[in-house]
Design a protein around this ligand. Sequence first.
Ligand code: PAF
Length: 279
Amino acid sequence: MNLFKDRQSLKAWMSACRNRGERVGFIPTMGALHAGHLSLVEAAKKQCSRTLVSIFVNPTQFGPGEDFAQYPRTFAADQTLLEEIGCDGVFLPEVATIYPPGGQTSVSVEPLGSQLCGAARPGHFQGVATVVAILFNLVRPHAAYFGLKDYQQFTLIRQMVDDLCMPLEVVGVPTVREADGLALSSRNRYLTDEERARAPALFRALTHAQELYRGGERDPLRLEEEARRLLLASGIENIDYVEVRHGATLIREREISTDPVMLIAVRVGKARLIDNRLL
Ligand code: PAF
């Protein structure tokens, strides 16, 4: 597996891939890799002849008081996992490689970036959109793979790629879950045993809403109320949001038109957990 730390070596490898007519699938990550990330690599391997993963804990998407300093950095273990799964390349840049001194440009996708998680984390999605745009421009992949667990992030990146006519395909990959339904996340490791036991309530609340929707319930407020009630009954009291939105645009509708998604964000102990489900 090739390891790139600077722009030049990455670009040289990418040019060689392109000259050979290879299709390159790119998976941007912040490391602390788990089975969810590996499913992105597997999806890329099915559709592309080369796969490249970036590992970069992006400072601009963390707000003051958030977990940038504590965010797990497990580069050696990550590299072993990627090697085992047959990934072709890893890009492991320093902060100055992504953000050289003197940079002035950032990307904001509004109003989507200020809603839902963006309301609780001002500037977060601007940091995400900016780093993903920089990575796309450095790598110039044919396709990029994102987990649908971060549904708002996926929707926002797809919007950015459309708006800025970026020449690549954005692929969403289904969420990987533990046996009890908890979505895999690098932040699950912040949970104590007692908090971990409460966390699957997110999936149960989403499943309950899905059952109601499939049973004919079309009032988003009623679906949200039911999911909220289940969360509270399961000991999850610190609820940031429970919202039903249009599945493609994330626009809030008074009455559900088509393909709705329910999105949930809560705080359990030190961890902020998010999950979602297309109803
Ligand atoms: O989902 C993540 O891990 C990050 O937000 C991303 C897309 C790698 C950008 O830093």
